[in-house]
Write a protein that binds this ligand. Structure first.
Ligand code: NAD
Ligand code: IPM
Ligand code: MG
Length: 359
């Protein structure tokens, strides 16, 4: 097949991890007879420096003309003190809004061989396979009013019925392809927006009698994620809670560098690792590229319909980890791989995994 992929490396470790993910896509294209036309585009701090805008109009236009978008990460502390209200992160939020993506899938899967790679106790982590479905287009990140003066900063937590309904449907559909259980996470004991959330989720559940639904308050969920993670299947939650809970869940899988994401429901889908630009690691060839590589696998599955290739790429990542190798952030026996070496190890494991897939 032929596909156009917009590539937005961004800041910090973004370009380093995206390079390894692209190398994997190249290998899949070469061996499978596919053509992936990749166009690199500026976003975030890199774009702010280059043209004063963290999401240049030309970048968004090119993304909208592509079949999928692969992004590294944005942000750097040097912009924190910048009086310019435009931050690198503004570019990412405008990109998500411009693409219209609202359903952010963040899977946290612990390979049976790798339960010991988490800093948490192995018997707690073993069997963890959850999908956090994070609402991405509304809530505290986008609702109005929002304002900032020297005396007051205002953000609004508001959800409209249609916003809850569509993300709830995304979660129930995801559950149908998994273990048919949705845990909706809110703060309905305090927040009106959460009370609407809970009401609408229950209404949508009536259309999915084959999927079990339960509800947790977000504070209790934060605890349960580290005490009984294997009991979760799909976690359905809002924009802010999903941001926080997904970083927490990443610890189960070995670290923040492991987690991929797919943002769906808009004109073009966006794929990015859950981690940020990690300025503390940038330029040292030590960042974990697996979250970015697993994001490329989600791109193959969700945007290009190449499910077998996606599964092969995921299996190749787990082959490397199961052999005891990994980057230094992972508690594996040989945590000595640099970013580029880790990418190359995945590509080597990918070749046998791709055999047998019809071209
Ligand atoms: N999607 C995104 O682009 C995104 C996500 C989160 C944070 N950010 C931005 O990134 C910047 C830094 O934020 P932060 O430090 O809070 O979060 P971060 O995710 O960049 O880093 C948090 C911690 O995890 C580690 N880490 C992150 N990715 C890793 C990887 N691939 N391999 C190994 N270790 C990794 C870092 O070294 C750091 O200790 C900020 O500007 C923030 O806004 C961007
Ligand atoms: C950088 C920031 C805007 C972003 C978010 O909060 O959505 C990040 O933390 C993430 O998890 O993708
Ligand atoms: Mg985050």
């Amino acid at each position: 097949m032929k596909a156009r992929i917009a590539v937005l490396p961004g800041d910090g470790i973004g370009p380093e991890v995206v390079r390894e993910a692209l190398g994997c896509l190249d290998r899949i294209a070469d061996l499978g007879g596919h053509t992936f036309v990749c166009q690199a585009l500026p976003v975030g701090g890199a774009a702010l420096d280059a043209c004063g805008d963290p999401l240049p109009a030309s970048t968004l236009e090119a993304c909208l003309a592509s079949d999928a978008v692969l992004l590294g990460a944005v942000g750097h502390p040097r912009f924190d003190a910048n009086p310019n209200p435009l931050k690198p992160e503004t570019g990412l939020l405008r990109l998500r809004a411009g693409l219209g993506v609202y359903a952010n899938l963040r899977p946290a899967f612990v390979h049976p061989m790798l339960a010991g790679a988490s800093p948490l106790r192995e018997e707690i982590v073993r069997g963890t396979d959850m999908m956090i479905v994070r609402e991405l287009a509304g809530g505290l990140y986008f609702a109005e009013p929002r304002s900032l003066t020297a005396e007051r900063g205002v953000n609004t937590l508001a959800y409209a019925r249609f916003e809850v309904e569509r993300i709830a449907r995304a979660a129930f559909e995801a559950a149908r392809g998994r273990r048919r259980r949705v845990t909706s996470v809110d703060k309905a004991n305090v927040l009106e927006s959460s009370q609407l959330w809970r009401t609408v989720v229950k209404e949508v559940a009536a259309d999915y009698p084959d999927v079990a639904l339960d509800h947790l308050y977000v504070d209790a969920c934060a605890m349960a994620i580290v005490t009984r993670p294997a009991s979760f299947d799909v976690i359905l939650t809002d924009n802010m809670f999903g941001d926080i809970l997904s970083d927490e869940a990443s610890v189960l899988t070995g670290g923040l560098g492991m987690l991929p994401s797919a943002s769906l429901g808009g004109a073009v889908a966006l794929f990015e690792p859950v981690h940020g630009s990690a300025p503390d690691l940038a330029g040292q060839d030590v960042a974990n590229p697996f979250g970015a590589i697993l994001s490329a696998a989600m791109l193959l599955r969700h945007a290009l319909g190449l499910a077998a290739e996606a599964a092969a790429l995921e299996a190749a990542v787990y082959d490397v980890l199961a052999s005891g190798r990994g980057t230094r952030d992972l508690a594996v026996p040989r945590a000595t791989l640099g970013t580029a070496e880790a990418g190359e190890a995945v590509r080597a494991a990918l070749v046998p995994r791709l055999q047998g897939i019809p071209a």
